[in-house]
Design a protein around this ligand. Structure first.
Ligand code: SAM
Length: 289
């Protein structure tokens, strides 16, 4: 990422969540009353002006993935609060995520970690939209490539002894292997009951021809925005990688699984296409307990 500029991809993802609120059929997969208000006014106006754009198949498929992953992360968090004593939500590379504004759990504190430039832009947007910052939210600026997540969290009074649900959405493909490993290592030290949800992309060579075309189109766009994809896993390589950080895969969902879980019987045809993107739910492994 460019040091001084907020993430452009964070804006594009937030616009897709907002498009879901504005243009998709009810019931929504991911109901977020703040998704539209948090946007910069020009982005909001663009969405309202161009409803047809959101119905293009490629755009709808990307939106489907983004709303499913947001919903899945919040489902895992809710289950963690109910069943595993989770009392901290850690949102890594938060972008314009609004969970902290909708947090229904009185005993859950939210830590939003993001690249400093993106985080200060988000804080400006919150102020401009007059959206109040909840007391149970702490902002933690961290560049995963250059700073220690553990150090910055300690500095922000994050409690490493409390079960924590971490969401790391739309970030892993943009990282180096070193930054991924350093961050995963911190998460693997969290106590039992902690969870991690993140999405990842499969390498181009394992994709079908059509999936490669979708991959190339998206790769070109994010590279042009100055945020190139650089890290890929297959389900096999990920299952081998996570135990290095004392993490273990609980679920690794492909588009068929997500379509069945969240998008069956929709009247608007919203569904995922292709096998490139997957969603992983991991937990601290028993080996360390
Ligand atoms: C595609 S956006 C996803 C944002 C958010 N998670 C969502 O789903 O809406 C990528 C996010 O990763 C963050 N990011 C990318 N590289 C980063 C780095 N080296 N350190 C910290 N954050 C980074 C960006 O600032 C941005 O918020």
């Amino acid at each position: 990422m460019d040091e001084a500029r907020p993430s452009h991809t964070a804006l594009r993802v937030a616009m897709r969540r907002a498009a879901h609120q504005l243009h998709d059929a009810r019931p929504l997969v991911f109901d977020d009353p703040f998704a539209v208000p948090i946007l910069p006014p020009d982005a909001r106006a663009e969405l309202q002006r161009t409803p047809a754009a959101s119905r293009k198949p490629f755009s709808a498929a990307l939106r489907a993935f983004m709303v499913c992953r947001a919903r899945f992360a919040e489902d895992v968090l809710a289950a963690g609060v109910r069943e595993h004593g989770v009392r901290q939500a850690l949102i890594l590379g938060a972008g314009l995520d609004t969970f902290a504004l909708r947090n229904p759990f009185a005993n859950v504190h939210v830590f939003e970690v993001d690249h400093p430039a993106t985080q200060s832009w988000k804080r400006e947007l919150l102020a401009a939209s007059k959206l109040p910052i909840p007391e149970a939210l702490t902002f933690v600026p961290v560049d995963f490539e250059r700073q220690s997540l553990r150090h910055q969290l300690l500095h922000a009074d994050f409690d490493f002894s409390v079960p924590t649900a971490t969401a790391w959405l739309g970030v892993v493909p943009y990282l180096t292997q070193e930054a991924f490993g350093a961050t995963a290592r911190v998460l693997g030290r969290l106590p039992a009951g902690s969870s991690l949800v993140f999405d990842y992309s499969q390498p181009r060579e394992v994709l079908s021809f059509t999936e490669q075309l979708m991959h190339d189109s998206l790769s070109a766009r994010v590279a042009q925005a100055g945020e190139p994809f650089q890290l890929f896993f297959t389900p096999q390589s990920l299952a081998e990688e996570l135990p290095r950080y004392d993490l273990a895969v609980v679920e690794d969902l492909d588009s068929d699984a997500l379509n069945a879980r969240y998008l069956a019987n929709r009247t608007d045809g919203l569904h995922l296409r292709g096998k490139a993107g997957r969603l992983c739910h991991a937990e601290v492994s028993f080996a360390r307990q």
